[in-house]
Ligand binder design. Structure first.
Ligand code: AMP
Length: 130
């Protein structure tokens, strides 16, 4: 069965999209640790990060770099934290999180945004993509 993220890529489920190219897709996490918390995924569904081919892994990191740069320009923060977990959704995803404290990297502290806030945030990050 297709993962929830494959359904997002296929347009069967909605997302607050930031950017995509042929192989990768970036969108806002629906339950963010901090404002701007983004996910970057390969379009080819794979469960575990280190089961990606070397070139897919390199491409994912390259695309994540571009998204992180745009995030830094958009969301005031100390730095962008990066994490890969995948215990909830078995489709590789890189968490990019604008952080100010270590607590922002804990997946128990959450912020809530309205649909309008998610939409304008995704558009602002997208506009800062190079
Ligand atoms: P994990 O698999 O533990 O790395 O966490 C999965 C992440 O995906 C969590 O941060 C969720 O909030 C996020 N998530 C789950 N479903 C969606 C969705 N439909 N749109 C955006 N983010 C999602």
């Amino acid at each position: 069965m297709a993962s929830i993220f494959s359904k997002i890529i296929a347009g069967e489920l909605p997302s607050y999209k930031i950017a995509e190219n042929e192989e990768f897709f970036a969108f806002l996490d629906i339950n963010p640790n901090a404002k701007g918390h983004a996910l970057v995924i390969p379009k080819r569904e794979e469960n575990k990060l280190f089961d990606l081919s070397q070139s897919e892994y390199d491409g994912l990191m390259r695309f994540s770099y571009q998204v992180a740069k745009a995030l830094e320009k958009t969301v005031p923060c100390e730095r962008i934290g990066m994490s890969v977990i995948g215990l909830e959704v078995p489709h590789v995803h890189v968490h990019l999180i604008p952080i100010n404290t270590m607590d922002d990297m804990r997946f128990v502290n959450k912020v809530s945004l309205t649909a309008d806030e998610f939409t304008s945030l995704a558009a602002a990050i997208a506009a800062n993509m190079e």
